[in-house]
Design a protein around this ligand. Sequence first.
Ligand code: 1CP
Length: 352
Amino acid sequence: SVPHGAGPEQREESAFLLACRRRPVPHTPVWFMRQAGRSLPEYREARAGIPMLEACARPDLVVEITMQPVRRYAVDAAIFFSDIVVPLKAIGIDLDIKPGVGPVIADPIRDAAAVDRLRPLETDDVPFVSEAVRALMGELGGTPLIGFAGGPFTLASYLIEGGPSKTHDRTKAMMYGEPELFARLLDRLADIAATYLKIQVEAGARAIQLFDSWVGGVGPEDYRTSVLPHSRKIFTALEPYDVPRIHFGVGTGELLGLMGEAGADVVGVDWRVPLDEAVLRVGPGKALQGNLDPAILFAPWDVIATRARDVLARGRTAEGHVFNLGHGVLPTTDPDMLARLTDFVHEESAAR
Ligand code: 1CP
C-alpha cells in the first residue's frame, strides 16, 4: 500500500516500474494491450452513440474508460485511452476512426507537397490529453499510467495507404523508391510522436509505449536504414524524463534486437517468439514484455493456465518481465478470463 504523498522511493514500489527497470519484483506485473475497449460491456455502454475521436477528446470519458479495466482487474498498470491517430487529427489531418475498420484518412499523403504540409504538434493542440492525464493522477492512486504513441512506420502506413492495410504496399513503395521523401515523412512523424509522449509524461504518465504495430512487415536491413533512426529520435527525446520506454510491434521476431537498439528499455514480444528466445535476440540490458497469444483466452481455463505458466517460466530468463498478451485483447474475449489470468500471474509469480 502506497501512502498519500508518496515520495520517489514509494513510487518505485510499483511492480510494473520495477520490472521495466530490471529490479527485483514482489510478483510479475501484468497489464493487457487494449485492456480498455470493446471486450468490456461497461466500455460499450460508455461509448454508446459517441464516435471514437469524440470520446478521445472528452477528458471525462477518457478517465472513465481508462479506469474501467483497473477497477475490474488487478492489473499493475493503466494505459491511457486514446488512439495513435489522435495527434494527427490534432495537427489538422482530415481523418476519422470508422467503426469496425479503424483510421481512415481523407487525403492520403503520397508526395513531397503533402509531406511538407505536416506541421509539428504543439501542447495546445491536445489540451484534452493533458487534462485527462492530470485527472487520472487523482483516480489511479499507486497504479502507474502508461502513455503511448504510434511508431513512425505505423503512422506513415495509415497516412500513405489512407487506412488499414495488410501489406503496406504503397508505404513500402515509398520506402524503397523515394527513400528521402520517406525519411522526411518519418522524421516529422517522429517529432509528432515524441511531443505527444512528452505531453503525456509531463502531465503524469509514468511509462510510455511506442506502438510500431505494423513494422513487422519490414526486413531487418530496411528497418535499420529506414525506420530505426526515427524511432531512436523518439526514445532519445524521452530520455531526460527518466520514464521506462516500451517498444512494441507485431511479427517483429527478426527485428527484436534492433527495436531494443533504437533505445527502448523494454521490448514487447508477440506470441510467435518464445520469451527465452527473445532474450537471446534482444541481448542484455533490456526487460521484455509479453507474450501470451490473445486467442488463448478462448481455450478452456486449464489450457490458459498452462500456457501462462510457460510464459512466466520463459520470462524468468529475462532481466525483467512484464506479463502481457502478444497483441491486443480481442473484442469477444470474456473479461472474467482476463480477471482470472491477472490473479493467476500474480499468484504463480509471487509463490516462487
Ligand atoms: O469504436 C471503437 O471502439 C474503436 C476501436 C478502437 C479502440 C478501443 C480504436 C480504433 N482504437 C482504440 C483505442 C486504442 N488504440 C488504445 C487504447 C485502449 C487500450 O489499449 O486499452 C490504444 C493503445 C490504441 C493504439 C492503436 N490504434 C494501435 C496500436 C496498438 C495495436 O493494437 O497494435 C493501432 C494500430 C491503432 C489503429 C486503430 N485504431 C482503431 C483500430 C480498430 C485500429 C486498428 C485498425 C487496423 O487494423 O489497421
